[in-house]
Design a protein around this ligand. Structure first.
Ligand code: TRP
Length: 403
């Protein structure tokens, strides 16, 4: 929920919660109501039977993000599994808008999950770096956006993607040819009124913004990547993303059948909360609201100890008596994302909730878990060379991408 609210129109602020690619906000410091979001967007809840099917089809225990409901909504994920079961593969598509030098833990979530999907299903993956999007929305220069895209590509590669099955591209470099033809096909199907309805553009927005959605739409179609999927126009696409990206793909799914393509399927995550908590006003100018993958062990420790919102009671006596409020406790939330051991998490929840464990002890465990993840990420990123970035971003066939 670390999005800035600067570009939130008055109309939006009157609504109780606003979730779109640029604004995530809740009125009066409430929490995002994900059930409402599912209803409003018209997607489906990811239920246990689908998770069980993933386990059966891949022969692996489902990822923590599936077990713990981090990825909680979908569109047509069942269809992807149906066709996979019949022997038809699919490809994965995800992306990142390179708006900052270094990523925070929340940014890693879709990539860690996509890596798991790639390994479990053994399928190809395309990753879009929307340097053009950030250039237009964040007022960065073209050159700076391109530089950030390459820097971010290193963090993405450090998540462990398999180069024989992964194509990373930047819009500034790759848009053209068949990709561009698909953009024009999509653009012709979306009226200005429709775009205003989906994205909330106003008369003051520059036309670059209005023209952008087809660029994020068309990686959903295999024919946008002739070097990968030539002759495979019916290949299905699955998009793992945070649910704020849903508007782009609502538009894409609306258009797809009209231009002869499959609708892409989606698997969507909730948001990673800021250290200060899920409630209260989230503000981009609050310092230290996130753990960055570049943070030192000491920074991680200090941030968690000082800022991570605690559901523990004010005094030890009260805490022993009433226990912690796990619903609002950020250390527990973060452990739910990143502590893999189900039994240990359950133990901590139980002890902390009953007041036998103190906030300091829970934070200490969280510091260990996150320091380990961040240190591993740093090592992996340091090993990513410019040559590797070039290799992942080379327009090339991937001959063994399904094996
Ligand atoms: N718009 C996304 C962002 O700002 C980047 C993106 C492009 C993306 N294509 C995607 C994210 C597909 C998820 C799935 O971060």
């Amino acid at each position: 929920m670390e999005k800035n609210k600067d570009d939130c129109s008055n109309k939006e602020q009157e609504e109780e919660q606003v979730v779109n690619p640029w604004v995530v906000s809740v009125k009066d410091g409430g929490k995002i109501d994900y059930d409402k979001l599912i209803d409003k967007f018209g997607c489906q809840r990811l239920d246990q039977s689908l998770i069980d099917r993933v386990e059966r089809l891949t022969g692996r225990s489902p990822h923590v993000f599936l077990r713990r409901g981090v990825f909680f909504a979908h569109r047509d994920f069942g269809e992807i599994l149906d066709s996979y079961e019949r022997g038809d593969k699919f490809y994965l598509y995800t992306g990142r808008g390179p708006s900052s030098e270094s990523l925070h833990l929340g940014h890693l979530i879709p990539f860690l999950f996509t890596k798991y999907l790639q390994d479990a299903f053994k399928v190809p993956l395309v990753i879009q770096l929307t340097d053009d999007e950030k250039c237009m929305w964040k007022n960065l220069s073209v050159e700076e956006s391109q530089r950030l895209a390459r820097e971010n590509a290193k963090d993405i590669i450090a998540c462990g993607f398999d180069i024989s099955r992964t194509f990373i591209f930047s819009d500034f470099d790759y848009v053209g040819g068949d990709f561009y033809k698909n953009m024009v096909r999509v653009a012709k199907c979306v009226t200005y009124n429709k775009a205003v309805g989906i994205f909330g553009f106003t008369g003051e927005d520059h036309i670059g913004k209005v023209s952008f959605p087809p660029i994020q739409a068309v990686p959903s179609f295999p024919s946008s990547f002739p070097h990968l999927f030539s002759g495979n126009d019916r290949l299905r696409c699955l998009i793992p993303c945070a649910i704020d990206q849903d508007p782009y793909f609502r538009m894409t799914r609306d258009v797809a059948p009209r231009i002869g393509y499959h609708k892409p399927a989606l698997i969507e995550s909730s948001f990673f909360p800021a250290l200060q908590g899920e409630t209260g006003k989230m503000n981009a100018s609050v310092p230290c609201s996130a753990i960055y993958v570049t943070d030192s062990a000491k920074q991680i420790k200090d941030k968690i100890n000082r800022y991570a919102f605690s559901g523990g009671q004010d005094s030890i006596e009260l805490h022993r008596k009433h226990g912690a409020n796990l619903e609002v406790d950020i250390p527990i939330k973060y452990l739910g994302f990143f502590l893999e051991d189900d039994a240990e998490l359950e133990h901590i929840r139980k002890e902390y909730g009953a007041g036998r464990m103190l906030t300091g002890e829970v934070k200490k465990r969280l510091i260990e878990v996150l320091t380990d993840i961040v240190e591993r990420h740093k090592r992996a990123r340091a090993a990513v060379t410019d040559e590797m970035v070039d290799a992942f971003m080379a327009v090339r066939p991937l001959p063994n991408m399904f094996s």
